[in-house]
Each structure stands twice: as C-alpha cells, then as structure tokens.
Design a protein around this ligand. Structure first.
Ligand code: KMH
Ligand code: ZN
Length: 275
C-alpha cells in the first residue's frame, strides 16, 4: 500500500480560541502550529489565515506572510491554501491566495448547508471558474466534497475537461449539512470516485479518528486538525495540532502503514519534487 499522506488543517475559518485556546490566529501562532504538525508527521498544511483578532481573511498579503513564516520552519512542506475561506465571502475574496501560486489549493465542488442559517455556496459556474483559474497557474486542486453528489459534479466537470485527471478528493464528513461519518458512508464515498484518483478523509468532530483509522486501512489518506476537531479524545482538548497528527502516526504504525514525507506525498499526488 502506498505511504500515508497526513494533512493538518491547523486553523480553519470557523473554530475559535473559545473552542480551544491553541487555535492559531497570529502569523507566529500559525507558523508554530504548522511546525508542530509537520514535526509530528504532516506533509501537507491546509491553510486558512486569520487577522490577529481571529477574524478569518483570504487576503493575499496575510497568506504570503503566513506561508513565508511556515516555509522558514518547514522548508519542504506542501502548503495548500483554502479557496473556501469563510461562509459569505465573495468569489474574488476567496480566490486571492491562488495569486501566490501554491502547489495545491482546495476546490470545493458543491453548495451545502453549514449549520444554522449558514450556506457554503459553490455553484457549478463558480467551480468551473475556480478550476480554470487554478489550471492556468498549474495548481493541483484538492477536490473538497461534503456529500456524494459533489463527487458526481467533479466527475462531470472532469469529463468536460475543467478538472484534470488524476483527481485528488478530500471527503469532508460530518459537517452539519453534509454526509455523515459512518463507516458505510466512507465506503460509499471511496467506491464512488474514478479509478486512479487519490482520496483523503477529514472527519469532523467525533468522526475524525474513526474515519482516519478506516482510511489508513483502506489505502486512503488522512486530514486532521483544529479546523475539523479540537479534541484529542473524548473530553480532552488537544494542546496542539501536532498532538492530533501524532495520534494518526501512532494509529498508522499500529496498523502497519508508513507515513509519507512531503516529497513522497508529492510523488503520490503527481506534484513536482521540491529540492
Ligand atoms: N470554511 C468553510 C466554509 C475549504 O477550505 O476549501 C470552507 C472550507 C473549505 O473550509
Ligand atoms: Zn478549509
């Protein structure tokens, strides 16, 4: 089985220091959390950024500052900015980090409820526009899907040439409005993507580690981090994203799966190696 890629989603746009005081806001906090995750075994940092007061932003300058600070500590890590941003942001606002030409960025492939009155909007024309802009810059999309129908949308856009093969999917499971996080759900998602695609799972809240364990066994890849879950185990708040990554590394070891370095992750995902 190929080595396991671990992504750390260190910050997100919705979780706050009230949920967990270690959620990073400042450039220094973001770089430190990325470093803790990288040291523990993460090869990809899924990046959202905040202003110092915690407000989420897609500002390119803020992304640039954070990316520089992360590379200073983790020179070979893959940084994957979010183009999802926070609910309610405009398309242009969301797309700003791609102007920095990162190796990867997320491409959210459908609209879904996000709890309460929140709606995370990704119309078909938006997905096409985001995909074309990423293609023009040679950025590999991580296709974020919150439900099975979003896989079908990505496949349709792949057939029309807007999303290139091989596709790399991230199944975000357990969002209040998307697919749940049962074993049956994950098997259904994994069996629904085209041959030759790669996938990872981001289990939200209590689904994080059960789904990570399944992905390790099934040959998928894993995303953990404060964006999705702030607990190390029931009732125990994680002190850092590094603790969450370290738990996945322990699970992988017990289950006999080796963990990929950043360049090994690049090879699996078809990205150019970094010297
Ligand atoms: N913050 C969510 C509304 C992504 O990074 O592409 C969207 C999100 C997806 O986190
Ligand atoms: Zn995100």
């Amino acid at each position: 089985m190929e080595k396991l890629i671990i992504t750390a989603a260190i910050c997100g746009a919705e979780v706050t220091k009230e949920h967990n005081p270690s959620v990073p806001y400042t450039v220094e906090e973001i770089a430190n959390e990325a470093y803790e995750a990288y040291k523990a075994g993460a090869s990809i940092i899924h990046l959202h950024v905040r202003y110092d007061d915690g407000t989420p932003t897609q500002d390119a300058k803020r992304f640039e500052e954070c990316m520089k600070a992360i590379y200073a500590k983790c020179p070979d890590v893959i940084i994957q900015p979010s183009t999802g941003g926070a609910v309610g942001m405009t398309n242009d606002e969301r797309l700003q980090p791609i102007t920095l030409n990162p190796e990867m960025a997320t491409l959210d492939c459908g609209t879904c409820n996000f709890g309460g009155d929140e709606i995370f909007v990704n119309t078909e024309n938006m997905i096409i526009d985001f995909a074309e802009k990423m293609n023009a810059r040679g950025i590999k999309p991580e296709i974020e899907v919150f439900d099975k129908g979003m896989i079908d949308s990505a496949i349709r856009l792949n057939k029309k040439g807007y999303i290139k093969s091989p596709m790399h999917f991230d199944f975000v499971m357990g969002v209040n409005g998307g697919i749940s996080g049962t074993p049956r759900d994950l098997i259904f998602m994994a069996e629904s993507i085209p041959q030759g695609s790669t996938w990872m799972v981001a289990g939200v809240g209590r689904f994080e580690f059960p789904l990570a364990s399944m992905a390790i066994i099934m040959g998928g890849h894993v995303r953990v981090g404060f964006e999705d879950n702030v607990y190390l185990s029931k009732g125990v708040v994680a002190k850092s994203n590094g603790e969450l990554v370290a738990k996945v590394v322990r699970l992988a070891k017990e289950l006999g799966r080796e963990v990929a370095t950043p360049n090994e992750a690049r090879a699996i995902l078809g990205l150019a190696p970094k010297a």
